[in-house]
Design a protein around this ligand. Structure first.
Ligand code: TGC
Ligand code: FAD
Length: 395
């Protein structure tokens, strides 16, 4: 069992930009992670299981829907607080952050923004505490980067004016195997995309677990299969339709990932820094060698740049001024930065870098998913390219 002595790294005194409340939120999340998750995360990754007993604790530290208003059971926090919580979770494991991101930004956010008042009151308070867990079905087996081409669809139920019949399949869905509800994106008879809330137990709805992942092993991933599922029309979210509806949820989740990736990078840097002071070769600590110092100096430089970029993005989001393209830039930059740091940190530990006693290899493997989901590294580059040129490379 690993002892977690992490204290944080703040090279440019970013703490001075945080409010007292934000610091308390950060400290509470960090303390909970150290106490409840760090001791068991390696075993969870080894056994490919998300530790479900953590769900209530995630609810208690405000990780589920931090920015959802109090009236719906959320914590009513600002965007920087949301980011800080994601950072503390991913400092431990990207899968832990994934569970909170999906619940917050991909399930609670669309319900809050686009569902009926009745649905908001039925689902949001339970989702905030972790009593109910949700997942988000956008990706299909044949449609990943191009979700607009999805084939999942619903048609009028010939036997009931109040129902539709949903068919199709979603793949690579975080939390699917144990989720109580799924926010599913599917096309109506005219080809327009809508979000539907599908509940576990609806006939024809199944969620098989996907196994064999060498990445994000402490997060459960599954399929969503809809075989003539009869869904009440009241479960169709009326507030927004079209591809922009799911993409707006992705903005919120990608923003959380931008913060989260810094957490993974900080943990790798912290581990490598400590190791470099303790490990002796050629009669001195490896941290005294210039090549190792170069790696550490570049790591903290890149982390600091990412911290500044992301804090500014949080300020813009709180002012409702952040663009989707700015979020794409931050997600892409920070995940790439974390992956590079994980690879360098792993090298700095030599052979010890590949064992579970240290977290680096797990972070490195996790980040291979993070760089792919919520829009791949290449897709985000093309979003930036589209934004600066005004020309789409997609069509
Ligand atoms: P395009 O024609 O550009 O846009 C269609 C409509 O959407 C609007 N829009 C957005 N709205 C809000 N937020 C955004 N970020 C938006 N981006 C575009 C756009 O204005 C348009 O609106 P309208 O009214 O004109 O119809 O769409 P496209 O088909 O060309 O595709 C664009 C592209 C490639 C950027 C987009 O489809 C994309 O982002 N692809 C990546 C797919 C992706 O990120 N999937 C993620 C699945 S969920 C997931 O991975 C969860 S992992 C969770 C975890 O475990 O943490
Ligand atoms: P593809 O779209 O097939 O892309 C393959 C390669 O082609 C990539 O390198 C991509 O960058 C490149 N490419 C594609 N189009 C272009 C282009 N126009 N120009 C240049 N290059 C291009 N989805 C959900 O809906 N909900 C979830 O909860 C969820 N959780 C996930 C959890 C995990 C662990 C993983 C790995 C994925 C998850 N996903 C989820 C799916 C994820 O969003 C997709 O994997 C991602 O969007 C990429 O789609 P794809 O895997 O089909 O790759």
């Amino acid at each position: 069992m690993r002892t977690d002595n992490y204290q944080g790294h703040d090279y440019f005194l970013m703490d001075e930009l945080l409010t007292e409340e934000q610091k308390l939120i950060r400290d509470a999340a960090r303390a909970w992670v150290k106490r409840e998750v760090s001791p068991i995360i390696e075993e969870a990754a080894e056994t490919q299981t998300f530790p479900r007993h953590l769900l209530a604790g995630l609810g208690e530290i405000g990780a589920f829907g931090p920015y959802i208003p109090h009236e719906y059971g959320g914590a009513g926090l600002d965007q920087i607080s949301y980011g800080i919580i994601m950072q503390e979770l991913e400092r431990c494991d990207s899968g832990l952050r994934s569970t909170a991101s999906v619940q917050s930004s991909l399930v609670m956010y669309p319900i809050w923004k686009y569902a009926s008042e009745e649905q908001k009151r039925a689902y949001l308070p339970k989702l905030a505490t972790g009593e109910m867990i949700g997942c988000f079905g956008l990706t299909e087996p044949d449609h990943g980067s191009d979700p607009g081409a999805m084939v999942s669809n619903f048609v009028q139920d010939p036997d009931s004016p109040d129902h539709v019949i949903l068919n199709g399949a979603k793949m690579w869905i975080s939390n699917a195997p144990f989720a109580d509800i799924a926010v599913v994106w599917a096309k109506d008879e005219t080809g327009r995309i809508y979000g539907l809330v599908v509940e576990r137990g609806m006939e024809g709805f199944s969620t098989p677990k996907m196994t064999g992942k060498w990445s994000l092993r402490a997060s459960d991933t599954g399929e969503l299969i809809f075989d003539n599922v009869r869904v009440p029309k009241s479960h169709i979210m009326p507030g927004r339709s079209g591809l922009g509806a799911p993409l707006s949820c992705l903005d919120s989740a990608r923003y959380g990932i931008a913060w989260g990736a810094i957490g993974a990078a900080l943990d790798c840097y912290d581990t490598a820094l400590n190791y470099s002071k303790e490990r002796l070769q050629f009669g001195k600590p490896i941290g005294a060698f210039q090549l190792q110092q170069k790696k550490l100096a570049e790591m903290i430089t890149e982390i600091t740049k990412a911290q500044l970029l992301t804090h500014r993005l949080g300020v813009l989001r709180d002012q409702d001024r952040a663009s989707s393209a700015q979020i794409s830039m931050a997600k892409r930059n920070n995940v790439d930065m974390a992956l590079t740091i994980a690879r360098d940190a792993r090298q700095m530990l030599g052979a010890m870098g590949i064992v579970g006693e240290y977290s680096i290899m797990r972070h490195m493997m996790n980040l291979e998913s993070v760089v792919t989901y919520e829009g791949t590294h290449d897709i985000h580059l093309l979003i930036t390219g589209m934004d600066v040129t005004g020309l789409s490379a997609f069509k």
